[in-house]
Design a protein around this ligand. Structure first.
Ligand code: DOR
Ligand code: ZN
Length: 344
């Protein structure tokens, strides 16, 4: 049977929510990843280092003792994030980055940044303190076509930002377009990007196949096939600017299967297996380890993990649902299969 042994990977973009819901999902991630960058878009958001420290403790208490898992925390940037908060975050052991959501761009982003220029003093301080900026790269203007919002963001917001802060480390999160790939490739070494499993496995037809598919709806929304191919090519390129970040984003079944459903795909239960499938289909399995386990750690200035994870090429069946606090969660590939599984 075919096996693949990797340095244990890190997930550089993850939502675990809070409370009982968190308890239902976090061990999926802890069973395969050594570390994960935890997104701060809770209700209310994680805006201070003290919030992040408390949230980290709650996560650790929900992780099963048999796993060695390190949550790496982020703060939620607002128009008012102070320079002293940036210093506090940088001095903490636990906060690694600050997340920039354009206000209104996605789940729980209402209190986020209304105009990035309002935060330029904060970004200056982050650059000096060596804190990373993580970017949800979509404009929120309703007059801009939803499939173009990433590309327009690059021109209107990201390019001026990168020109202004030439040494700020920026992760362009969950890239979905050829324009994002091209932007990251031509930018300096302070610019990198995360890539999700859904954006290299699916295209926008998968939103409508056989009827509306709410469990394939995430933000940035799935794009056309040529964009999927460009993002996949970046993932398997061996360019260290592109690394793994699942953006696994659980929402209850009730919140997804409704007239105004939430954005987010839950992939944590088979995250590394999905990437293995995509890399194998592209004939690039040998590129998976660096993408999943080296480049993200290197960009964040973290030591690479030393223990290993083994995958087996053996089909697994995905459950119809998981429990999710008091509710249920429909995972990616529910009732379907995945070609790989973790070695037991
Ligand atoms: O699909 C998404 N879900 N995209 C995001 O940017 C946020 C996330 C969430 O928190 O649900
Ligand atoms: Zn996210």
């Amino acid at each position: 049977m075919q096996t693949l042994t990797l340095t244990r990977p890190d997930d550089l973009h993850l939502h675990v929510r809070d409370g009982a819901a968190m308890g239902s999902v976090v061990n999926h991630t802890a069973s395969q990843f050594a570390r994960a960058i935890i997104m701060p878009n809770l209700k209310p958001p994680v805006v201070t280092t003290d919030d992040a420290i408390a949230y980290r403790e709650r996560i650790l208490s929900a992780v099963d003792e048999k796993y060695q898992f390190e949550p790496l925390m982020t703060l939620y940037l607002t128009d008012n994030t102070s320079i002293s908060e940036v210093k506090k975050a940088a001095d903490s052991e636990c906060v690694k980055a600050i997340k920039y959501y354009p206000a209104g761009a996605t789940t729980n982003s209402d209190q986020a940044v209304t105009d990035i220029k309002k935060t330029y003093d904060t970004l200056e301080a982050m650059m000096k303190q060596g804190l990373l900026l993580l970017v949800h790269g979509e404009v929120t203007d309703n007059n801009v076509d939803v499939f173009e919002r990433e590309t327009v963001f690059i021109d209107k917001v990201l390019t001026p930002l990168v020109n202004e802060f030439s040494e700020l480390k920026i992760v362009f999160e969950h890239i979905t377009t050829k324009s994002a790939v091209d932007f990251v490739m031509q930018a300096g070494n302070n610019i990198a990007a995360t890539i999700t499993p859904q954006h290299i496995l699916l295209n926008r037809n998968d939103l409508f196949k056989g009827g509306l598919q709410p469990h394939h709806y995430c933000l940035p929304v799935l794009k056309a096939e040529e964009n999927r191919q460009a993002v996949l090519a970046a993932a398997i390129s061996g360019n260290p600017k592109f690394f793994l970040g699942t953006d696994s984003a659980p929402h209850s079944k009730t919140a997804k299967e409704t007239s105004c459903g939430c954005a987010g795909i839950y992939s944590a239960h088979i995250a590394i297996e999905l990437y293995a499938e995509a890399f194998e289909a592209a004939g690039a399995l040998e590129k998976l380890e660096a993408f999943a386990s080296h480049y993200g750690a290197d960009f964040y200035g973290l030591p690479r993990n030393t223990d290993k994870l083994t995958l087996v090429k053996q089909e697994q069946t995905i459950p119809e649902k998981f429990s999710f606090g008091d509710d249920e969660l429909v995972p990616f590939r529910a009732n379907g299969t995945c070609a790989w599984q973790l070695k037991k």
